[in-house]
Design a protein around this ligand. Structure first.
Ligand code: C5P
Length: 235
């Protein structure tokens, strides 16, 4: 019986915001960096709270920022939001968040640094998992030719660009599958990679340029221009 389109399924979202601001040259955690007077995290949370069937929101913050009350100044969060401290690597932070996500059908893992990801991207990811995929990630076609290289910089291969995607977040999964992947103790910069390793099918759905990750000062400048353009179009 294919009941993929049956009752809506509950969605838990883990927003990982425990990274440092090192590459950005910031003196606060990256997710707390301000754009037009608001933290990156607050932009991310604003979008996440619009996700359909959201049953649980977990925010993973740097050590020492671990209460919803303390977070109040940085980003208003809806009642019932769980705030937990993260770890040294992104994987550790995801694992900490996953432990708090509770009984939901679908889990989305989202980078706070991808603060401007449109709600439609979340919806596409959820729809793909609800339709039966073990996992779904947003991705964009690759514009550059990508080379595989060895330690000396000698090219070892040139994959066909048509078969490549640059992936973003939110990455969404069947909750049981993701828990199993993290229970394996493996580590990856990408949640989908863990799930793929276990042999599950993960699909790529259409990403969005607005889901870019704020990593460098240039990215931050792009974020500032973006928000300024929205403000200008409202006037
Ligand atoms: O460092 P990078 O930009 O790849 O991090 C992606 C996301 O993972 C960011 O939102 C960052 O806050 C989060 N992260 C985390 N814990 C870490 C490292 C990164 O929550 N130890």
């Amino acid at each position: 019986v294919n009941d993929a389109h049956a009752a809506p399924r509950s969605v838990g979202v883990v927003v990982v915001a425990a990274g440092s601001g090192t590459r950005l040259g910031a003196d606060v955690p990256k997710a707390f960096v301000q754009v037009a007077g608001r933290s990156l995290l607050s932009y991310a949370v604003e979008r996440v709270t619009q996700v359909a069937h959201l049953a649980r929101l977990v925010i993973v913050v740097p050590e020492g920022h671990g209460t919803a009350t303390a977070l109040g100044d940085v980003a208003p969060v809806p009642e019932g939001t769980v705030v937990v401290p993260g770890g040294a690597e992104r994987t550790d932070s995801v694992r900490a968040g996953l432990a708090e996500v509770g009984e939901v059908d679908i889990v989305l893992i989202h980078d706070a640094a991808r603060a401007f990801t449109p709600v439609a991207v979340f919806d596409r990811v959820v729809a793909a998992v609800a339709a039966g995929a073990s996992g779904a990630v947003p991705g964009l076609p690759v514009v550059d030719t990508i080379k595989a290289v060895d330690a000396d910089g000698t090219i070892t291969g040139t994959p066909d660009r048509a078969g490549l995607r640059a992936v973003q977040t939110p990455q969404g999964f069947d909750a049981d599958v993701l828990r199993a992947a993290y229970a394996s103790g493996l580590s990856a910069t990408d949640d989908a990679a863990l799930v793929e390793t276990l042999g599950h099918h993960v699909r790529v759905v259409a990403g969005d340029p607005l889901a870019f990750k704020v990593t460098t000062p240039e990215d931050l400048a792009r974020a500032q221009r973006l928000v300024a353009s929205w403000a200008a179009s409202v006037d």
